[in-house]
Design a binder for this molecule. Structure first.
Ligand SMILES: C[S@@+](CC[C@H](N)C(=O)[O-])C[C@H]1O[C@@H](n2cnc3c(N)ncnc32)[C@H](O)[C@@H]1O
Length: 366
């Protein structure tokens, strides 16, 4: 395949966080960026999709569009799908799976559509079709327009997923960005749980590439160039951040987990974690920075009253953080208000594990 030809590359965002992902894509130099529903489209040759997987902290996956055509019925889909130059993208010796979605189209049966495309791939290219294949071809049929993409990210292997969950890192990175964090100052999370915000901020400050230790589905494609990928992955030196990154939590298990996660991510030298109740926290020494915290939400009906005192205590403790900005992720404006902190209007809500949460940010505290 002509790997230099330009393609539309779709960066999937957690719903509601398309804008900060767009900002990240522009900052990282991706061409033609525009915001769409559920993500950001950029343009470039295939290796830009590799780079998106390697460098973008906020993209949950990266799709490359390989074809787009009209189809009014399944026989037409079948015919067009058989004509695609599958061998330029897929390998005959690697299993493939096909997923399809249909909206406002004459073809309305997504299972049948996926099956036609899978059959075309099996019969024309010779690649085996398997439900658990790492390589996933996605067909989106909207208003009778079929768009076919390849998912270049794939699932994380089990071992990697245990280390750090991808979705949470993506969200944490985008919330940090939305809160105005640019990688230059200290960050403190006083309810740090497994340490996601603290570790993510330290990685941003050190310029560590988020995909540096991962395997990706694009390694299974016909146009993969192992030497070029190795060069891209190892290019550029990591920095040593000037700032430090702090987490505390009242749960000793959370502190142990945070330390282990920081060690694994290679940021242990710049992070520190301590066991502390929210009532007892004090600002770390040195210049002020950003406090970012997602306290328990009290998500179920009737629990809100139970967590309100915690938000009051958080607010009282953070009143000691003169010069720091505070970013709070929670479900309700009422809980943010209970802190007594001077939050501006929240950002649009984002779905976090099925719960709608919003980011609230203060100016530097007096
Ligand atoms: C929603 S979790 C935060 C998850 C975290 N952002 C992460 O990345 O894992 C809330 C955390 O608040 C901690 N917590 C609850 N009450 C606390 C208190 N009074 N003082 C300190 N930590 C508290 C819990 O132990 C829990 O780890």
């Amino acid at each position: 395949m002509d790997t230099s030809s330009r393609h539309e590359i779709f960066l999937v965002a957690p719903p509601g966080l398309e804008a900060p992902l767009y900002a990240e894509a522009v900052e990282r130099g991706f061409a033609g960026a525009r915001i769409g529903e559920g993500g950001v489209t950029v343009e470039g040759p295939w290796d830009e999709a590799w780079r998106a997987n390697l460098e973008l902290r906020g993209a949950s996956r990266v799709l490359v569009r390989i074809a787009s055509f009209r189809a009014m019925h399944l026989a037409q889909l079948d015919k067009r799908a058989r004509k695609l130059a599958w061998s330029e993208v897929l390998r005959a010796d690697r299993p493939v799976q096909v997923e399809a979605t249909c909206r406002r189209s004459k073809i309305y049966h997504s299972g049948a559509a996926a099956q036609r495309i899978a059959t075309a791939i099996r019969e024309e290219l010779g690649a085996p079709i398997a439900a658990d294949a790492q390589v996933v071809v996605k067909a989106r049929i909207e208003d009778d327009l079929v768009t076919i993409s390849v998912d270049t990210s794939g699932e994380m292997l089990h071992k990697e997923a245990v280390n750090r969950a991808p979705m949470r890192e993506t969200l944490a990175a985008l919330f940090l960005r939305q809160a105005g964090y640019d990688g230059s100052g200290p960050v403190f999370d006083p309810m740090c749980g497994s340490g996601t915000f603290v570790i993510e901020a330290a990685e941003m400050a050190a310029g560590l590439k988020p995909g540096r230790d991962r395997r990706f589905a694009f390694e299974q494609l016909a146009n993969f160039d192992a030497a070029a990928w190795a060069a891209m992955r190892t290019a550029g030196a990591n920095g040593v951040p000037v700032a430090r990154f702090y987490g505390s939590d009242r749960d000793p298990g959370a502190i142990r987990m945070s330390r282990a996660n920081a060690e694994r991510a290679g940021v242990a030298d710049w992070t520190s974690f301590a066991e502390a109740d929210i009532a007892d926290i004090v600002p770390p020494e040195g210049a002020p920075g950003l406090v970012i915290v997602n306290p328990p939400y009290g998500a179920r009906i009737g629990e809100r009253g139970a967590v309100t005192p915690l938000y009051r205590t958080l607010g009282r403790s953070l009143a000691r953080f003169s010069g720091w900005r505070v970013a709070l992720i929670t479900t309700e404006a009422g809980l943010a208000r209970a802190t007594g902190l001077p939050f501006a209007a929240p950002y649009p809500p984002v779905s976090h594990g099925g719960i709608r949460v919003s980011l609230f940010v203060t100016p530097p505290l007096k």
